[in-house]
Design a binder for this molecule. Structure first.
Ligand code: KIV
Length: 245
């Protein structure tokens, strides 16, 4: 649970109308780097499966994986708010299961949870999780044929979400949703007009150049790390490492 120095869900909720960065992290070193860089909202996304565990894109990580990585991120940070994803495989019609999974993530060190899944279909689990006293973020990915995006976002806010991630939503539509709800929107691939922006760590740092690189990275860390490892290997082979005392 959140200690007093931690940014709370209410603190994030109060950022409506401000621009704020959010980044995915999955382990201790990068959680520390992000917090030291002043990013105080960290998401242990279920992208863990793809980027860290090497699972195929259609496979969600297991709850035990999410709990283990959430715990690592939480232990590594002091002020940042850690949001943990409930993978979509655990978001079914069984809302009690969603609450149990949310509790497991909170007990592992999360300060709130995000419900993956399909828009308004997640209203029931969000309502149940919020009613259990667990701060919860919604995630909207698509425009449903029957329900407008604004109506879906309003439903998720009414169900108890304190923020909503908008992913892959056209800029104008995301801007409309941002004006329509009183909770912060956090965009990914949804244009400039969301309140916050979330990005995948591997995309920002150029950590997985071959896969799913959807943006221009801020650094080519894959190249820098590979070259440092080559120099290390070379130093071992030619006797330069370890150095003589
Ligand atoms: O799993 C994840 O990393 C996410 C982001 C795409 C927002 O949900």
């Amino acid at each position: 649970m959140a200690s007093s120095n931690r940014l709370s869900a209410a603190g994030i909720r109060a950022r409506k109308g401000q621009r704020f960065p959010v980044i995915t992290v999955y382990d201790r070193p990068f959680a520390r780097f992000a917090e030291n860089a002043g990013i105080d909202v960290l998401l242990v996304g279920d992208s863990l499966g793809l980027f860290v565990l090497g699972l195929p894109p259609e496979h969600s990580p297991e709850l035990t994986d999410m709990c283990r990585h959430t715990a690592a991120v939480s232990r590594a940070t002091r002020r940042a708010h850690v949001i943990a994803d409930i993978p979509s495989t655990y978001v079914t019609t069984d809302v009690d299961q969603a609450v149990r999974v949310a509790l497991a993530l909170m007990n592992s060190g999360a300060h709130s949870v995000k419900v993956e899944g399909r828009g308004s279909a997640t209203a029931a689990p969000i309502r149940a999780i919020a009613a259990a006293g667990i701060p919860v973020v919604a995630h909207l990915r698509h425009r449903s044929a029957e329900v407008s995006l604004n109506a879906e976002a309003a439903l998720l806010e009414e169900a108890g979400a304190y923020a909503v991630v908008l992913s892959g939503i056209e800029t104008e539509a995301a801007s409309d949703v941002t004006r329509a709800v009183s909770i912060p929107t956090i965009g990914i691939g949804s244009g400039l007009h969301c309140d916050g922006q979330v990005a995948i760590l591997h995309s920002v740092l150029g950590l997985d150049a071959r896969r799913y690189q959807v943006m221009e990275p801020f650094i080519d860390l894959e190249h820098l790390a590979t070259s440092a490892l080559e120099r290390y290997a070379q130093a071992v082979r030619n006797g330069a490492f370890p150095a003589l005392p």
